[in-house]
Design a protein around this ligand. Structure first.
Ligand SMILES: NC(=O)c1ccc[n+]([C@@H]2O[C@H](COP(=O)([O-])OP(=O)(O)OC[C@H]3O[C@@H](n4cnc5c(N)ncnc54)[C@H](OP(=O)(O)O)[C@@H]3O)[C@@H](O)[C@H]2O)c1
Length: 389
């Protein structure tokens, strides 16, 4: 029986993970569940999945969580705060950790799981963008088994049969992008789009932050950085192709001209089942795509001028050092401001670009430097939001 910690259990990935776990009570048990501030939702998940531990990241909700669990008659132990979250991720309470917190806030618990040598199912792409080199090193040093959960990286992982990329045999990684809700729109048409329109993704049901990232193409930019670290691939050999049907999740091109692709419906339960059971396969609740009905799979180049965030991510890889941390933090601030209705859609790339251009490189040698770059970028981006709001 594998004991699984689901960090970010109340989110979209959390729901998909718990759905797969509940389908296999003989193989998996959810032993740790966490949320940020939504106590009632966390207690409801505990009533359903009966974990040993529940963690609420915001410490002020500790008492509410304890009382909620007691009122529901549950034996689940209540914990609160980031330190408790990281301690449980690295503890004997779990063998597998699903890192599904949104944003750089996921880094401490993700690193703790890596340092404890867990099987790490990584959805929290921002922690790789923030501290990819550090995280991968921790996995290697402590024997953690990192399985990417982002559908694109999971596709590449499957095409590589779970082995590290052999850079002499693989010529290119090709990440597919749905294009998001604003595919084929012009810059002029994007000026007045709303948060609701940006979150209305044609294929995927996801949290609001990643939905906006998808609409700006920053999601693909973050994924290019993620692929660079996870597979050790130079940015010049990572490409992006828009594929509006979201059936081919990514492709691996080999030096002999052979291209392998992985296909599946746009439903994260497939990648989560793959990560839980790898190298075996278990049912995920998702049917295979019916290609006869889908009919056509199409591909096109991304519009890099209108959707400027993609090239900002390539620029961050080129700059190196703490640029990934800066890019990610500026994006988190700008997206939150856009979701709050304080800035326009086109302000997002403008704020990120200005923050990146002005940032000092604080290096990537240790987490302290990266978190300092993150904090500095948040201050700078917040000032730019204030100036525009
Ligand atoms: N959704 C997808 O299909 C998808 C696909 C690929 C990758 N991902 C990645 O997976 C991650 C999660 O995405 P999502 O769409 O599931 O997000 P989501 O629906 O917004 O859920 C986020 C989860 O993280 C918790 N959380 C938020 N801020 C936190 C903080 N500061 N400290 C601790 N916990 C915090 C939330 O708790 P509360 O509910 O209490 O706020 C919630 O459980 C992101 O990195 C995203 O890029 C998602």
């Amino acid at each position: 029986m594998k004991r699984v910690a689901v960090l970010g259990a109340t989110g979209s990935i959390g729901a998909s993970a718990l759905d797969v776990i509940a389908r296999h009570p003989d193989r998996y048990a959810a032993s740790v569940l966490s949320a940020h501030g939504r106590v009632d939702e966390l207690v409801a998940l505990c009533a359903r999945h009966r974990p040993q531990h529940a963690v609420i990241a915001q410490p002020q909700h500790h008492a509410a969580l304890r009382e909620g669990l007691a009122a529901a008659g549950l034996a689940t132990q209540a914990h609160a705060g980031g330190e408790a979250l990281a301690a449980l991720a690295g503890s004997d309470a779990c063998d597998t950790v699903i890192a599904a917190i949104v944003g750089a806030a996921g880094i401490a618990s993700t690193l703790a799981a890596a340092r404890a040598g867990k099987r790490l199912l990584l959805a929290n792409k921002e922690s790789v963008v923030l501290a990819g080199e550090l995280l991968l090193r921790a996995c290697r040093q402590h024997g953690a088994e990192l399985i990417p959960i982002d559908s694109e990286h999971n596709a590449i992982f499957q095409c590589l049969r779970g082995a590290p990329a052999d850079l002499t045999q693989v010529s290119r990684l090709i990440l597919t992008a749905s294009g998001g809700p604003f595919l084929n729109r012009s810059r002029g048409e994007l000026a007045a789009v709303t948060a609701e329109q940006a979150c209305n993704h044609p294929n995927w049901k996801m949290g609001r932050k990643i939905s906006v990232d998808s609409a700006t193409l920053m999601n693909k930019g973050l994924e290019v950085i993620e692929a660079h670290w996870l597979f050790g691939m130079p940015a010049a050999r990572i490409d992006v192709l828009v594929h509006p049907q979201s059936i081919v999740h990514s492709l691996v091109e080999h030096v002999d001209g052979s291209v392998l692709a992985q296909m599946g419906r746009p439903d994260m339960r497939t990648t989560l089942a793959c990560g839980l059971a790898w190298p075996e396969r278990v049912a995920s609740g998702v049917a295979a795509p019916d290609l006869g009905t889908i009919g056509a799979l199409t591909f096109q180049a991304p519009d890099r001028t209108t959707f400027a965030c993609l090239d900002l991510a390539y620029a961050a890889i080129k700059a190196g050092g703490s640029a990934g941390a800066t890019l990610n933090a500026a994006n988190e601030v700008a997206v939150a401001a856009f979701l709050a209705g304080r800035i326009g859609f086109l302000d997002i790339p403008a704020i990120i670009r200005a923050t990146l251009d002005a940032a000092e490189d604080l290096g990537a040698a240790d987490l302290g430097s990266l978190l300092a770059a993150d904090a500095s970028a948040r201050r700078a981006a917040t000032a730019r939001v204030e100036a525009r709001a």
